[in-house]
Design a binder for this molecule. Structure first.
Ligand SMILES: NC(=O)c1ccc[n+]([C@@H]2O[C@H](COP(=O)([O-])OP(=O)(O)OC[C@H]3O[C@@H](n4cnc5c(N)ncnc54)[C@H](O)[C@@H]3O)[C@@H](O)[C@H]2O)c1
Length: 592
């Protein structure tokens, strides 16, 4: 059936439309692109030229192929030129009235058996379909940005879409080399529903000056392996489009996490639409350019920390996974390290694990033998906290229990010399609680490393109400020396990464619970639609469902945000002992 698609119309040759034209033409279809006027058409053509020039330059397309591709494309400003096409994909701005108008006209113009598809990201396809006399031939075909690159297409059927139309569009998606997931008509479908709550939350963080745009973006890229940070992604999507999507989601969900952050509205009004207008959260070389140029908010490239206290010797308390990784990082970073474990066996075990890990690094050519020997030579294990008397910085990485951490911080008072920076690597407890347990709260800071510490480049440096500037500078300077990327934020539950990540994971669980889509489809959609390294259920099984639940509960307790309440399904799985990979059963079964 899809073989019957020969000519396709694309209405609106903007950010998405241009990409869709390219995808269709690359796969041998004749395409007619329609725009409102010559200027817009010229812009669409330029977009396409730019994108295919890049493909030629990278050797992914020959100049002849590029020429043939352009021969298959007709540009026009007349919707009437779509009279003979088999399929239309509409990609005009995200406004219901506009889309309904376009569909009503298309209905009059196109032949009766033509399929009318919309690329809407969030609007009701059912509402669009009833503007035509053929609702059964109306469907959602939701591509992702940039359309030639992203592998996912969400095929959205309404209650009246003809199954044969669904099958044709699924087959076409495959012919275009895409992976399709077919779902029902609900605001945001799979990907945007899960994505935009998170993006909006990131804007709120930025708006409240909780962290800088660079730090929010770097945190999500380095902490979660995402291809782009949330604010960079919003600039790519287009702030106006994003605003409309979030607004539509709010109308359906009434979840105030989907109420567009006021800052977004201001940006739209001010014409800061992201890359397409040359300025959004960041400033770009020119409209439509991906090249970010420095502006007033850009931090200095060489960050210096003149107020940092000198650190030559570091102490680490703990012997678990995080502590062991952090000890290794400090030793490799050139610091003398004293680490404190609770027994001689644990002291020996830590050393053994670091020997193995550094040996692996040597075998992989990531560390020279001399550097390994030097790092191991800088390590000293002990069972006595008193041995921390002369360290310049101590990092606590013991069990995630407040009473234990507080007891430790009050002990540091008696042991550590004045001026020692006292850091906790807690991922969910308030740093200020640790600070207030000591009688030198200005010296206490959070240094949240990620697992595995020797591999993950991110460290969240957390400042409490009491933390001194010198202490924050010291933590940042030490991270730089360790080759880590420090981001700075305030002392709120989840810091940057977990506060943005876990509600998204929880939302995915709720989506599964509502039987909107399967875990496999949700995982595939997030990986292929957003380029995430893992889908939410894969990630939850790796993190551990108990850990995820605990973090989600902490976030809920701190922010009292109804949308942060843990999904009942997550609670049930934890109660049932389905904790993820470590229990060989979580969202998936790993027993075979
Ligand atoms: N930007 C994204 O990341 C993304 C991703 C997937 C889907 N979408 C959806 O794609 C659609 C288009 O979004 P966009 O980001 O490409 O917007 P855009 O503003 O970049 O492009 C829209 C284009 O439509 C043209 N247009 C307006 N009215 C028209 C009409 N009556 N006839 C023909 N052309 C008309 C405009 O001139 C403009 O060039 C929206 O529904 C959006 O939700 C966007």
């Amino acid at each position: 059936m899809a073989g019957e698609f020969k000519t396709v119309g694309v209405v609106g040759v903007g950010t998405m439309g241009a990409g869709i034209v390219e995808v269709m033409a690359r796969n041998g279809l004749d395409v007619i692109g329609v725009e409102v006027d010559e200027t817009a058409l010229e812009r669409g053509r330029a977009h396409l030229k730019h994108s295919t020039d890049r493909a030629v330059k990278r050797g992914k397309m020959t100049p002849q192929e590029q020429e043939e591709l352009f021969r298959r494309i007709t540009f026009t400003t007349r919707l009437e030129d779509l009279a003979e096409v088999d399929l239309v994909v509409e990609a005009v701005p995200e406004r219901l009235d506009l889309k309904r108008e376009v569909f009503a006209e298309l209905d009059k113009i196109c032949k009766p058996d033509a399929i009318l598809a919309t690329n809407t990201s969030s609007l009701s396809i059912t509402e669009i379909s009833v503007a035509t006399s053929r609702p059964s031939r109306v469907i959602g075909m939701h591509f992702f940005n940039p359309a030639p690159v992203m592998k996912l297409v969400e095929v959205v059927r309404t209650v009246v879409t003809d199954p044969e139309v669904v099958a044709s569009v699924e087959a076409l998606a495959q012919r275009l080399g895409k992976t399709d997931v077919t779902i029902g008509d609900r605001a945001g479908f799979i990907v945007n529903f899960l994505l935009f709550g998170y993006l909006n939350h990131a804007v709120t963080m930025y708006e409240s000056r909780y962290a800088t745009r660079e730090d929010i973006d770097a945190a999500m890229k380095l902490g979660c392996g995402l291809p782009m940070g949330p604010l960079q992604l919003l600039d790519l999507i287009g702030i106006d489009t994003a605003y409309e999507i979030i607004e539509t989601m709010y109308r359906q969900s009434r979840d105030h996490r989907h109420a567009p952050a006021p800052y977004l509205k201001q940006m739209v009004t001010a014409g800061l639409l992201g890359r397409k207008s040359g300025r959004g959260f960041y400033t770009y070389e020119a409209p439509d350019s991906p090249v970010v140029v420095p502006d007033a908010q850009t931090p200095a490239t060489t960050r210096e920390f003149p107020n940092a206290r000198p650190v030559a010797k570091a102490g680490v308390v703990g012997s678990g996974t995080m502590a062991t990784g952090i000890i290794e990082v400090f030793a490799k970073g050139g610091y003398d390290v004293v680490y404190v474990a609770r027994s001689e066996e644990k002291v020996a075990k830590v050393r053994e694990r670091i020997e193995q890990s550094t040996q692996k690094a040597v075998l992989r050519g990531k560390l020279t033998e001399a550097d390994r020997d030097a790092a191991l030579g800088r390590l000293r294990g002990t069972t006595k906290l008193d041995d921390l008397a002369d360290v310049d910085l101590v990092v606590e990485a013991v069990v995630e229990e407040l009473s234990v951490k507080k007891a430790l911080f009050s002990t540091f008072d008696e042991i550590c010399k004045p001026g020692t920076v006292l850091a906790t690597t807690t991922s969910s407890l308030p740093v200020i609680e640790c600070a207030m347990a000591s009688n030198r709260p200005a010296d206490v800071v959070g240094m949240h490393f990620f697992n595995p510490a020797p591999v993950m480049r991110l460290v969240e440096v957390v400042r409490t109400i009491h933390t001194g500037d010198q202490v924050v500078d010291t933590a940042n300077a030490v991270c730089a020396q360790l080759g880590k990327h420090a981001v700075n934020c305030g002392d709120r539950a989840g810091f940057i990464v977990n506060a943005l990540l876990f509600p998204y994971l929880n939302d995915a669980v709720r989506m599964l619970e509502a039987n909107y889509a399967t875990a496999d489809d949700i995982d595939a959609a997030m990986k292929l639609g957003c380029g995430y390294p893992m889908g939410p259920f894969e990630l939850l099984d790796v993190v551990g469902l108990d850990v995820a639940l605990a973090i989600q509960q902490t976030l809920f307790r701190e922010f009292r945000e109804p949308g942060f309440a843990p999904a009942p399904l997550l609670e049930n799985l934890v109660t049932a002992g389905y904790l993820g990979r470590k229990a060989r059963r979580g969202f998936r079964d790993y027993t075979h």
